[in-house]
Structure formats: structure tokens, C-alpha cells
Design a protein around this ligand. Structure first.
Ligand SMILES: [Zn+2]
Length: 266
């Protein structure tokens, strides 16, 4: 069995000096492909350099993270174009986050709108980070209805109603990570109700380590623990979860078009 981690941060400072070991441990655990979320211009060179060492294994997203949006967001968004020809598979992680600060709400919405325009112009899916801003997210999406956007809500924490609302916008899916393994997580009900064909697996490493590793530094190698919980909730076997979620990732992110030598599952 093999897996795709659709949202991870292999170059995070939590792995300083051992990024290669992190990638290699994941591959040995069957997580043969990983998609790295982009944060901002400060983190970008390091994570793209790491991805360049692992063609066909590490893939890159490109985008300005909502937590990095300030008054100067336009310069950050303008800087994205210089990176788009480096095998980028999505605009991400982009979105809205009002959890820690509401200071730049207006700017976050403007930056999201601008990056939705880029996703459409570059024909790329979007990987969304959304926290405590659901209605504003849908209002930006409403303003972009004509763009035919496709993508996923990473680390989905919404209700089944939010998923149904999302479905009305076309090809949208949800990213499921370590939270699904936590006791009494409402995400478990969501996973039971959402078709497996709409689910992508992710770790968001180094954050959100699954049970029984909760609270420790997470790694992409832990993805099978998340998959096992999804299999239990969907009352199916691990092979089915591997096959369906891998196909979902390949399809949404166009992984089979972006690799130098075709991957066996493509
Ligand atoms: Zn992330």
C-alpha cells in the first residue's frame, strides 16, 4: 500500500538538520508522495530547494498563508509568479484565519481573492486554510463563482452542513488529518457522512500528530495511523482507503502529469 500526504511541511524549522531523514522515513512508511504547503517568501526558498532534491516524491504548493498576511500582502502575492514554473501543484496554503488575530481581516480577504484569480489563471487547484472565518470564506468564494475553482479545505474542522455548502461550488473536497483520531472529535461524524471520494489524507506535520502520538512532533510517516482511523469509520479496509485517497490526490493535484518519470500508480 502507498499513500499521498496532501498537506505537510517537511522543511519546517521543527526538522532543522533532519529534513532528509523526515522525507526518507515517510517513504519507508509507504508515504511515497508528499505535497508541501507554502507559507510566505521567507520560507519558500528552503522548501522549494528540499522539493528539488526529491522529484516525484516531494511536490510544492505556492501561496501566501493567511497568518502571514499584513498590509504588504500585495507585494507577497506579486512575488508568487516567479515560482510558478517550478512544478507547482496548487495554490496553498491560502485562506482566512481569524483565530489569533482579526487585525488584517480585510487584507486576508483581499489576498485570498487575488490568489483565487491566480489559481484560475494558472489552472491550479487551491488548498485552503480556514479557521473561525467560514462565512467570510464563502463570501469570497461567491465573488469568484465564475472562475470554476477546485480544491480542498485542509484540516477540515467544519460540520457536515459546511461540507454540503462547499459541494455546491463544484469540485471541492476535504483534507482529513490527525484530529480524526482524537477522542470524541466531531470530525469523525463528518468522515462517516462524506464519501471517501471527497476525502484527502494529510498530516499537516509537524503539527497535529495522531493518537497515540498526540502532542509530539508529527511527521508524514504517521499518515497510515490517520488512514487506519478513516478505514474504521468508513467500515472498509485499509487497501480501499489507500487506493481511493491516492486516486483523489492524483486527480485533484494532477500528480501524474507533474512527475518526470511516471509513478507506478499513475
Ligand atoms: Zn499547514
Amino acid at each position: 500500500m502507498e499513500w499521498v500526504d496532501t498537506h505537510t511541511h517537511c522543511n519546517d524549522e521543527a526538522y532543522a538538520g533532519e529534513q532528509d531523514a523526515v522525507v526518507e522515513r515517510a517513504v519507508r512508511a509507504g508515504v511515497r508522495r508528499m505535497i508541501q504547503a507554502d507559507i510566505d517568501s521567507r520560507e519558500r526558498p528552503g522548501s522549494f530547494a528540499l522539493a528539488a532534491r526529491y522529484p516525484g516524491v516531494l511536490f510544492s504548493m505556492l501561496g501566501l498563508y493567511p497568518g502571514s498576511v499584513t498590509r504588504d500582502w500585495q507585494a507577497e502575492v506579486d512575488a508568487l509568479a516567479a515560482w510558478r514554473d517550478r512544478g507547482v501543484v496548487a495554490l496553498g496554503e491560502i485562506g482566512l484565519d481569524y483565530h489569533w488575530s482579526q487585525e488584517f481581516r480585510r487584507e486576508q480577504k483581499d489576498a485570498l481573492y487575488a490568489q483565487f484569480q491566480l489559481a484560475a489563471a494558472w489552472d491550479l487547484p487551491v488548498n485552503i486554510h480556514l479557521r473561525d472565518a467560514t462565512d467570510d470564506f464563502f463570501s469570497v468564494l461567491d465573488n469568484c463563482r465564475n472562475l470554476g475553482l477546485r480544491g480542498n479545505l485542509h484540516a477540515f474542522s467544519g460540520s457536515i452542513e459546511t461540507f454540503r455548502r462547499l459541494e455546491r461550488y463544484g469540485d471541492w473536497r476535504i483534507g482529513v488529518g490527525g484530529v480524526v483520531t482524537f477522542k470524541k472529535a466531531s470530525l469523525q461524524e463528518v468522515v462517516r457522512a462524506v464519501p471517501l471520494e471527497r476525502i484527502l489524507l494529510e498530516t499537516d506535520a509537524p503539527y497535529l500528530a495522531p493518537t497515540p502520538l498526540r502532542g509530539t512532533r508529527n511527521e508524514s510517516a504517521n499518515l497510515p495511523l490517520i488512514a487506519a482511523k478513516v478505514a474504521e469509520l468508513k467500515e472498509t479496509d485499509l487497501e480501499t482507503v489507500a487506493a481511493v485517497t491516492t486516486a483523489n490526490a492524483e486527480q485533484l493535484f494532477g500528480l501524474c502529469d507533474k512527475i518526470p518519470a511516471k509513478h507506478p500508480s499513475c
